[in-house]
Design a protein around this ligand. Structure first.
Ligand code: SAH
Length: 252
């Protein structure tokens, strides 16, 4: 059987308990070497065959899984963060279905959660934004026209931009074109939860300068939105005057 496991954003103790158990029991591990922290490989048992998928093609990955299945072995396919976000797992799952190989998926802590933790931030602040947009700029992988950065920016929502740390100038331009005021708070989070994590606070306008100054080009998320600022409304949930299913509010 094959287990797709989210490795978490970097720190080896941010994998789930289920993911760690599977990793400890696996006979074969295929990990996304470009981003998964190699420290996680310390959890694997002796004799486990370990493959780095960074230099492998989809058919190669599938053929390792196929051979393992034929030998009655368990495979863990270890993806950074949560596998469902830019993990390219769908094509692997379809390939396994075609071959009749059973699999399951174990979620992970996505880097956009690790980045918020690093900044002590909350994406969904009342009075600021109740929506998080996870997106990327177009690179060698195209982005559908209707999801152009400027179109998404028009919502003024909280945004986590993946895979775009090397394109901050274009990002900044599109965000402003779409409607974020240039002084909207933004942040660059490099290697969230890794020992060499770095955070840079800036504005939408200042993104490119800040990235250059910090020398950050990759393995970073760009966060954008008023949630990184200081103004917000308190939640209703914990408002002493607000009644709900579990608590009677006090009178005015
Ligand atoms: N599945 C992953 C995303 C993979 S795409 C997840 O859920 O996080 C790879 C991109 O994710 C990188 O280009 C970067 O933008 C972001 N990323 C992954 N790990 C990161 C980390 N620890 N800190 C900041 N960004 C990270």
């Amino acid at each position: 059987m094959v287990h797709f496991v989210g490795a978490g954003p970097g720190a080896p103790d941010l994998i789930t308990l289920r993911g760690k158990n599977l990793l400890e029991q696996a006979d074969v591990v295929i990990y996304a070497g470009s981003l998964v922290n190699p420290a996680l490989l310390e959890y694997v048992k002796e004799g486990c065959a370990v493959y780095n998928s960074a230099s492998m093609t989809l058919p190669e990955v599938l053929s390792v899984m196929e051979q393992a299945e034929r030998d009655g072995k368990d495979t863990v396919r270890l993806h950074t963060g949560d596998p469902s976000v830019y993990g390219a797992i769908r094509e692997q799952m379809d390939g396994l279905d075609e071959r009749g190989i059973p699999f399951d998926c174990v979620p992970g802590v996505s880097s956009f959660c690790g980045a918020a933790a690093a900044l002590h931030a909350e994406y969904t602040l009342p009075g600021v934004s109740q929506t998080v947009i996870l997106t990327r700029l177009e690179g060698r992988t195209p982005v559908p026209e209707r999801e152009r950065m400027a179109a998404l920016a028009a919502h003024g929502a909280s945004m986590a931009v993946f895979l775009s740390a090397g394109m901050t100038e274009e990002l900044s331009k599109e965000l402003i074109e779409g409607g974020y005021p240039p002084e909207t708070p933004a942040a660059i989070v490099y290697k969230a939860t890794w020992p060499d994590e770095r955070t840079v606070r800036t504005t939408v306008e200042g993104l490119s300068g800040a990235a250059k100054e910090a020398g950050i080009q990759k393995t970073a998320l760009i966060l954008v939105g008023g949630f990184l600022g200081s103004d917000y409304e308190r939640s209703r949930l914990y408002d002493p005057k607000f009644s709900h299913e579990f608590r009677q509010g006090t009178a005015e």
